[in-house]
Design a protein around this ligand. Structure first.
Ligand code: ADP
Ligand code: ASP
Ligand code: MG
Length: 417
């Protein structure tokens, strides 16, 4: 069994969906589990739908209408016949989504978010499964929420591995091609949960782990993992091999091409991960597996934008030491603020934060009651793995640097954006 994952970029229009069929044709006859993300920027569009719903904004109806038109437009371009039954399926999903919103009584944002956001994946997988069957690529649509069980930490759910393994053992049979959704799962009460934004890579990895798959391929709009994000750096090099440990480091520091949670389950069972281009499926791509850290061994650049640099010092003349540091980290944990870098001196303690859940303002109020606080928003965190002096000099050019840190393999710097 192999697991394939196609992200939003690969299915953003009818041409993309047709290309998926071409890629799959190269593997015809092999049992596959195919994981699909929402089409194009659908997840962002549903976030806006949710905002309009919560704000009682009149734009809600238009946003829903536009998203429906987008999906129906793709179906119209794909199917010469039988498109109507697929459209009926899509309309029924939109009715469900609207029903869920109108019946909602919860005031918990994260809970409501998870009950709505996964419709993107339900829509895309319904269209993909139907189109693959229509094109002769027989597959069975399966609801990922039946396969992957999690705790109830909405928007960042933790996998319950034993329950998930049991579900997969009973529901999936060998020699069948399945098509399912990335990103979504369910909790003990069968409410929808999600694995975090961009979490579909992780879905592929969870399924591969439980199936003991031969390998996982994530199909991207880049030739593989490069030594820098091509949207940010003009010249990049393809990394043909990366060890699990090195890939975990790169993803941890923010190389967004692979979701950070993806690698550990694969490493545990030594399942190779291939990152390949859906535009050039015959290209060699990147293989992540056991072995030397990196081939070629070149500096790797990672940029995380829109971070917050927060510095604390005590209100009296004391130092920031264990007891107040532990209090600070408790608060960071409670507000789900991710710490990307820590630096302390005798009188001040600085952290670079990722404000993923927009909870910084609440944290700030609590901190200001206890500490002298300064902060700077809209800073970028730059990381170079396997740096050399030349790489540092080039990166630092024209930057307003706020903080730097060096370890043996890793250079990090926070600068104004
Ligand atoms: P999808 O959601 O379609 O699976 P993503 O957009 O999440 O794909 O990931 C692919 C994108 O990741 C690329 O278009 C590229 O801009 C970005 N990216 C960031 N860092 C890297 C890197 N080191 N190598 C390749 N792509 C990278
Ligand atoms: N559709 C989800 C997102 O955009 C999950 C994913 O694409 O991996 O975050
Ligand atoms: Mg993505």
């Amino acid at each position: 069994m192999k697991v394939f994952k196609f992200g939003g970029a690969s299915t953003k229009d009818a041409e993309g969906v047709k290309n998926v069929v071409k890629v799959l044709a190269m593997f015809n006859g092999e049992p596959l589990v195919i994981v699909i993300s929402a089409m194009g920027k659908t997840t962002n569009a549903i976030e806006l739908i949710l905002k309009a719903y919560l704000d009682h904004d009149k734009v809600l109806a238009t946003l829903i209408h536009d998203l429906k038109r987008y999906h129906i437009g793709i179906i119209d371009d794909l199917f010469e016949q039988n498109g109507n039954s697929v459209i009926a399926g899509i309309e029924s999903l939109f009715e469900d989504m609207q029903m869920t919103l109108s019946r909602n009584k919860s005031t918990q944002y994260d809970f409501i978010y998870d009950q709505i956001i996964g419709y993107g994946e339900l829509l895309s997988s319904t269209i993909l499964s139907a189109y693959l069957n229509y094109s002769g690529y027989t597959n069975k649509w399966i609801d990922a929420r039946e396969l992957i069980k999690t705790d109830s930490v909405y928007r960042d759910a933790g996998v319950q591995w034993q329950e998930t393994q049991d579900k997969i053992n009973t529901l999936l049979t060998p020699d069948t091609c399945y098509l399912t959704q990335g990103f979504i799962a369910s909790d003990a009460n069968n409410f929808t949960t999600t694995l975090g934004r961009e979490g579909s890579d992780y879905t592929a990895s969870i399924l591969a782990y439980c199936l003991g798959a031969d390998n996982v391929t994530i199909w991207k709009d880049v030739p593989g993992v490069l030594n820098a994000d091509p949207r940010v750096f003009e010249t990049t090099r393809l990394l043909s091999h990366i060890s699990y440990e090195e890939a975990i480091e790169l993803a941890f520091y923010g190389a967004s091409v692979i979701h950070p949670k993806t690698l550990q389950p694969l490493q545990r069972k030594e399942i190779p991960l291939y990152v390949k281009s859906f535009l050039k499926p015959n290209g060699s791509g990147t293989t992540v597996k056991k072995g030397a850290p990196l081939d070629p061994m070149v500096p790797c650049y990672i940029v995380k934008k829109n971070q917050i640099l927060l510095s604390l010092s005590a209100r009296d003349f004391s130092f920031i030491v264990e007891d107040n540091i532990s209090e600070l980290f408790n608060l960071l944990h409670t507000h789900q603020l991710k710490v990307d870098l820590i630096q302390n001196s005798a009188i001040s303690f600085s952290v670079c934060l990722d404000n993923k859940f927009n909870s910084f303002e609440v944290l700030l109020q609590q901190l200001q009651a206890k500490f002298k606080v300064s902060y700077q928003k809209e800073v970028a965190l730059y990381t170079i793995r396997h740096f050399d002096q030349d790489a540092i000099t080039r990166l630092e050019q024209n930057k307003d640097i706020l903080l730097k840190q060096l370890t043996k393999e890793t250079y990090q710097m926070v600068a104004k954006q």
